[in-house]
Design a protein around this ligand. Structure first.
Ligand SMILES: Cc1cc2nc3c(=O)[nH]c(=O)nc-3n(C[C@H](O)[C@H](O)[C@H](O)COP(=O)(O)OP(=O)(O)OC[C@H]3O[C@@H](n4cnc5c(N)ncnc54)[C@H](O)[C@@H]3O)c2cc1C
Length: 450
């Protein structure tokens, strides 16, 4: 049988899901698969959450705007756990949460949390105006993810018809029969089917595609802007059984603000883009710190004629870098100083987990527009009523944290072209990106050609 040529651009979460879907459905036998990844090897798939933190959740209420059945989500968690050397200690007899919670490694259970399982806690947050989001969390940890990545890579490489080409940055795609893919080195490769799975870091390629084929994307009007918040573990400890306090809150400015990416006993880190730097957070499975961090993000929506929310977010991040005197540094301020419009000159009891070479003590009020600043403060003050200590004066804020939304890609227009994961605009998490890849792989075909 003549095998169809399938190209997958990028080797991150969604590509992993796609390959797994091809294998699980048996469709892998129809293809000769070539994965083109710009990283220099399987350990260098860039800015992927599959290298950092590895918090994989099961939830209907967050992580993407596609509907992913819970059993598919559970299958993705199981896949990552098995490839991280965790082994189940219970049989999978229908209750998939109990089964996944039973996974152990080195005699230790996988880190697990369930947000708002306790009805009393749910109500406490609800009555304070928060919208609690229910989810189950499984945390692998940055220290384990190297092995996870390696094991997944070895598994896919064991298929004779799957080939990986690293150091292959794709710079252009030509839609046609066949599809033409051009790499930075000038190579031209032809495929019968093409999967674009380049994540957020692949925005250059996505911008090119959008310019060439504007009919395939819809406009995006959103960007999430805010800070990374850091405080002592003991303030949050009562809620650690949830792992993450997943809440949204409509602030007095009318903007929606949310708590995102909580890292108990974790570390704050930089997220470096080509020409600016933002903040992020993670935690290890073994090396714990005395602080918890999370993002406080304000969803900012624009309307016509303004069409560049990404540029808006980038420029605020750049402004923080300019004030920090270096495009590889961010601003650090105590919450109390932020509230009182004072530049921070001295820190209090909370010791930053970000290396001091990466920040300048400053004033984030010189960065944020009033509506964003007010929303952050309203959120923190309100959260303090449910979690006392969140608004301590010497808690820390790092500026700026930004989450960009990609334009949404219409996957129904071109037969045999699948844009999956975060670059499609439909997902923003390991779970949803992997699941989207998986679901497209098991049910691909039957699309209309324009
Ligand atoms: C620091 C950090 C921590 C995170 N932690 C979590 C977490 O704990 N839990 C969670 O759910 N989500 C987390 N996320 C988000 C999560 O990583 C993403 O939502 C998810 O990885 C998206 O999967 P993807 O396949 O769309 O993209 P990615 O996983 O980012 O994969 C895209 C791949 O494409 C490659 N690529 C890009 N451009 C090109 C090109 N032109 N040519 C060839 N290859 C290219 C990249 O090198 C990359 O390997 C985190 C993100 C970051 C930045």
């Amino acid at each position: 049988m003549l095998l169809k040529r399938l190209g997958i651009i990028g080797f991150g979460a969604s590509a992993i899901g796609y390959l797994k879907g091809l294998i699980d459905s048996g469709r892998i036998e129809q293809y000769r698969v070539t994965v083109l990844e710009r990283g220099k090897d399987q350990m260098h798939n860039t800015i992927s959450g599959v290298r950092m933190d590895g918090k994989i959740f099961i939830s209907r209420g967050m992580g993407g705007e596609i509907d992913v059945p819970l059993d598919v989500q559970a299958k993705m968690v199981e896949f990552y756990l098995l490839h991280s050397d965790f082994k189940p200690t219970l049989k999978n007899e229908g209750n998939f949460i109990e089964y996944l919670r039973s996974f152990e490694r080195d005699g230790r259970k996988v880190e697990f949390g369930e947000s708002f399982a306790d009805e009393e806690v749910y109500r406490r947050f609800y009555h304070q105006g928060f919208e609690p989001v229910k989810a189950y969390f499984f945390h692998l940890g940055t220290d384990i993810l190297r092995q996870t990545n390696q094991s997944i890579y070895e598994y896919f490489s064991s298929f004779e018809n799957v080939e990986f080409r690293f150091s292959s940055k794709v710079v252009d795609v030509e839609i046609g029969t066949p599809f033409k893919v051009v790499t930075e080195k000038g190579e031209e490769i032809h495929f019968d089917e093409l999967v674009v799975a380049v994540g957020r870091s692949g925005h250059e390629l996505m911008d090119r595609l959008k310019k060439k084929y504007p009919q395939l994307v819809t406009e995006n009007f959103y960007v999430d802007i805010g800070v990374r918040y850091e405080l002592p573990n003991h303030v949050m400890e009562n809620y650690w059984d949830m792992y993450e306090i997943k809440v949204r809150y409509k602030t007095r400015t009318g903007y929606l603000c949310r708590l995102f990416c909580q890292n108990p006993a974790g570390k704050v880190t930089l997220e470096k883009y080509e020409d600016f730097t933002t903040v992020n957070g993670f935690s290890d499975s073994y090396n714990k710190t005395e602080n918890t961090n999370f993002a406080v993000l304000v969803t900012t929506r624009f309307t016509e004629p303004f069409k560049d929310p990404t540029g808006y977010g980038k420029n605020l991040a750049k402004l923080a870098n300019i004030l920090a005197g270096d495009d590889r540094k961010v601003l650090l301020q105590t919450y109390g100083d932020f509230k009182e419009y004072r530049r921070t000159k001295r820190l209090g009891r909370v010791r930053p987990t970000l290396d001091s070479a990466n920040y300048i003590l400053g004033d984030a009020n010189l960065v944020f527009p009033a509506k964003i600043r007010e929303s952050i403060i309203d959120f923190v003050e309100n959260l303090d009523k449910v979690v006392p200590g969140v608004a301590y004066q010497d808690n820390l804020i790092y500026a700026v944290e930004v989450k960009f939304y990609s334009n949404k890609f219409n996957n129904n227009l071109v037969r045999n072209l699948h844009v999956v994961g975060d670059c499609s605009g439909w997902t923003r998490s390991i779970q949803y990106a992997t699941s989207m890849g998986y679901m497209y792989a098991i049910s691909s075909g039957g699309r209309v050609v324009v």
